[in-house]
Design a protein around this ligand. Structure first.
Ligand code: ADQ
Length: 500
């Protein structure tokens, strides 16, 4: 079938899958993004003649004339169209830092005391969602498949329908969906839920999130009755079917495994281990965010050193924190608290030749990140609440020797798939987490291997290509023709398949 008869795919996300690097001459260059989402969607976008709509990361006040040309260059290089949404500095302040990160982010992660319900934030959120909808209206054509991502853009489908856009709208929420009690705190809760019901398919990370969303709809919009008991439930509203399902996002298993064996990564492992010979290396890697539980984790490590003296001088915690949302006040305060706590632990326990906590505050290069994953004996991943947590999956897949231990928070979405091999902890339980650290340090090799093998096999089976495929299949259940089968995206070679 000629391409112009098939519906095209439009991806809409807050940020475009690239980084604009402003130059000194008023021009700029760009670096393509390398995350799992970009890797998984790129082949589908190329096959179907797709478009990605989003904010390029620089404000409308910067690069006003040069941006369209740069986006054309980016599109030519990536193999699909890139269409920028222009945001002003004020939009970024009120819509992104304000409503998205000071209302939705804390409430959806169970931190109501950190939420700031400023009506100006809500006005900006609606106005900016409208801007994204206008971009969709401009760049779509009838019958297109429009896939909108994440909590910043929950109102886009509703705005598109008001603008008369004729398309099929799907939405994926990358963060958790809160319980009814938590969601009710948002003054604009009913408007948000009604807007979500303008989508044809609503995708969330876990069964918990699906149940929470369904319960919120049930109690705030009583005319809606859900049908179905499986992973995808549905309802009818204004003559349309609305479906809701859980689709746990994942990573490019094959890509990570290949990169983990690259020479620069192996050199990095050697460099990291050189200064830590004979020590058990425990790794924490996160964006510096209060949801990631870094303070509780440091407290648990401190508790383990106090209660299990045999760990002293033999165990090192490497904590990497990537600077994030540095314009939001809570993030600045959190950074200061983490640094004080690292100072306190090191001040109390450091001995000649041993520093208990190695703290890194910057973004790691890909080689460094994979090097740390491979060098670590234990990954300590203890978010207080997390949609999925891809670090947990990346650690397992990179662990090609199957000898690492994953300690994982039961409040990470990843726990539902990785509980088969991880040591699950309640991150608020400092002593329980400290006990898990001790247990991981003492775990025999055969137990480590058997646990890690199970987790790696689970991730291989449901990698990010599986995720894209199962989401798209659910979204177009009545019209599967034209979408390639799962194994056309990323077939594993037989050697890789047995190597888990
Ligand atoms: P995040 O909150 O950003 O994502 P996470 O899924 O753990 O959380 O990580 C995203 C990516 O950032 C990882 O792929 C990792 O490689 C990269 N990264 C993290 N630390 C890094 C470092 N120090 N240096 C370089 N790169 C680093 C949101 C939700 C999650 C959900 C994802 C995907 O909050 O719950 O899993 O989206 O849906």
């Amino acid at each position: 079938m000629p391409d112009n008869h098939r519906s095209r795919l439009l991806i809409v996300s807050n940020r475009l899958p690239l980084k604009v690097v402003p130059g000194t001459d008023g021009k700029a260059t760009f670096e393509p993004g390398s995350g799992g989402l970009v890797t998984a969607l790129a082949p589908v976008l190329r096959n179907r003649g797709g478009t990605w709509i989003g904010w390029p990361g620089v404000n409308a006040e910067q690069l006003p004339d040069y941006l369209p040309e740069l986006m054309e260059q980016a599109g030519a290089k990536l193999g699909y169209r890139i269409r920028p949404v222009s945001l002003t500095q004020k939009d970024v302040k009120l819509f992104y830092e304000g409503f998205s990160n000071e209302v939705l982010w804390p409430i959806f992660h169970d931190f109501p005391s950190l939420a700031k319900f400023d009506p100006a934030y809500w006005d900006a959120y609606r106005a900016v969602n409208r801007k994204y909808a206008e971009a969709v209206a401009e760049h779509s054509r009838p019958g297109d498949f429009i896939w909108i991502h994440d909590y910043q853009l929950m109102l886009v489908a509703e705005e598109c329908r008001k603008l008369g856009v004729d398309g099929r709208f799907s939405f994926f929420l990358h963060i958790p969906f809160p319980s009814l009690g938590m969601f009710l705190k948002i003054p604009w809760r009913t408007e948000i839920l009604r807007a979500l019901l303008a989508y044809d398919l609503l995708g969330v990370q876990t069964a918990w999130d699906r149940r929470n969303l369904m319960e919120c709809v049930r109690s705030l919009i009583p005319e809606v009755a859900w049908r179905g008991r499986g992973r995808v439930a549905s309802t009818s509203l204004e003559g349309r079917d609305v479906r809701i399902g859980d689709f746990p996002i994942s990573i490019d298993y094959r890509g990570f495994m290949r990169q983990a064996k690259n020479q620069p990564v192996l050199q990095m492992v050697q460099a990291i281990r050189k200064n830590l010979t004979g020590r058990t290396v425990i790794l924490g890697v996160d964006r510096l965010d209060y949801t990631k539980g870094i303070l509780y984790r440091l407290a648990a490590f401190h508790n383990a050193l106090v209660r299990y003296p045999e760990l002293r001088e033999k165990t090192t915690l490497v904590q990497a924190a990537v600077p994030s949302r540095t314009g939001v006040p809570q993030y600045k305060r959190l950074r200061a608290r983490i640094e004080r706590m690292v100072g306190r632990i090191n001040g109390q326990f450091t001995r000649p030749g041993w520093i208990p906590v190695h703290y890194i505050f910057r973004s790691l290069s890909r080689e460094e990140l994979l090097g740390y994953y491979r060098a670590a004996d234990i990954a300590l991943i203890t978010p207080l609440k997390d949609g999925m947590n891809l670090i947990a999956k990346e650690y397992c897949v990179t662990n090609v020797d199957n000898d690492g231990v994953l300690i994982l928070s039961e409040f990470a979405g990843a726990a539902s798939q990785l509980q088969i091999g991880a040591l699950l902890v309640n991150p608020f339980d400092v002593m329980g987490t400290a006990d898990a650290v001790y247990r991981a340090c003492k775990m025999p090799a055969n137990e480590r291997k058997s646990r890690m093998r199970k987790m790696r096999a689970a991730i291989r089976k449901q990698d990010v290509f599986w995720w894209v495929d199962s989401f798209l299949r659910s979204a177009i259940a009545k019209d599967l023709s034209g979408f390639p089968a799962l194994d056309e995206y990323s077939p594993l070679t037989p050697a890789e398949a047995v190597e888990t």
